[in-house]
Design a protein. Structure first.
Length: 307
């Protein structure tokens, strides 16, 4: 019996050592990789200092060209959109990390229906952020909400599980070569989308998501950060009520809501899209010029003092 106990303790100690050493190794990989996601998250957590920070998922990442918007506004701009970050829970995590060391003058949040509808697993992709578990208490609250905090407490190596392959590949292939202040140009597709489908309006509402959208707003208000909501173009038709739930929240707080999707921007330009949900670089540049003009015009109309 004693031998069994000793063997168990030895195995347990071995697993602990392997986990901690593995965590250190993958931590180094995560901090030095040049894949699509890790360098951006690292910059947002530690170094972002631009006047205007864009947040959202891949539609933010591929649709907003900072150099174009910066030239128009006369302010520094960073595109903090993270591929597959999925919904407001991820955006709240990002905002919490940014505010731990920097207060932007303006935050532009790209929204979509995932920010209010019910999903079977709304916390599916927050594992991307697990390497930074323990850095910020408010950000960590999202892991506790998801019920995954305990596994990150227990295992340091498991924190890198979600993006391990991508991180390792990023040591060999530089995916950041054409990066423009966080923006990564979408490549021209072999074939442009040619079927204009109808995107049904979802009526199911996740009340917890709306709570966190309001918490996101409150964090910005507490720091006197100007907040802007927007929805960029998609190659599909949609009803005018598509974003009524989110627009109601924006109206409640006096937040401008730039909606280019329901108005059908670029439906006559399928050559701007790499798929139905994303613009490629040509479309992103055309759209960024339009958005920059509209945002600058709005700033002028309300006479914001953001200098």
């Amino acid at each position: 019996m004693r031998r069994l106990i000793v063997s168990f303790v030895v195995v347990l100690a071995g697993v602990f050592v392997v986990d901690r050493i593995g965590g250190l190794c993958m931590g180094w990989v995560n901090q030095h990789t040049s894949d699509i996601t890790a360098p951006k998250i690292k910059y947002l957590v530690n170094d972002v200092d631009e006047d205007v920070v864009f947040m959202g998922t891949s539609r933010c990442n591929f649709h907003y060209v900072p150099s174009i918007i910066s030239d128009s506004l006369g302010m520094s701009v960073y595109n903090g959109g993270i591929d597959a970050s999925d919904n407001i829970f991820a955006h709240y995590w990002v905002l919490s990390q940014v505010l731990s060391h920097h207060t932007p003058k303006m935050i532009c949040l790209e929204l979509m229906d995932n920010d209010y509808v019910i999903q079977s697993n709304p916390f599916n992709t927050i594992s991307f952020f697990a390497p930074y578990y323990g850095y910020n208490e408010r950000a960590d609250s999202i892991f506790r909400l998801a019920g995954t905090h305990w596994v990150y407490e227990l295992s340091h190596l498991y924190r890198y599980n979600a993006k391990a392959v991508s991180n390792l590949a990023g040591l060999l292939v530089n995916r950041q070569a054409n990066e423009d202040h966080g923006y990564l140009p979408g490549p021209k597709p072999v074939r442009f989308p040619d079927v204009l489908e109808y995107d049904e309006t979802r009526t199911d509402v996740d009340s917890l998501k709306l709570i966190y959208l309001r918490k996101f707003i409150s964090l910005c208000e507490d720091r006197d950060i100007r907040l802007v909501f927007m929805v960029s173009p998609r190659y599909s038709q949609v009803g005018m009520d598509k974003y009524d739930v989110l627009k109601a929240v924006a109206t409640e707080y006096g937040i401008p809501f730039f909606d280019y999707y329901t108005r059908g921007l670029f439906l006559d330009h399928p050559e701007y899209f790499k798929d139905v949900a994303h613009l490629w670089d040509k479309g992103a540049r055309a759209y960024s010029a339009i958005f920059a003009h509209d945002l600058k015009e709005w700033i002028g109309k309300v006479k914001l003092s953001i200098d």
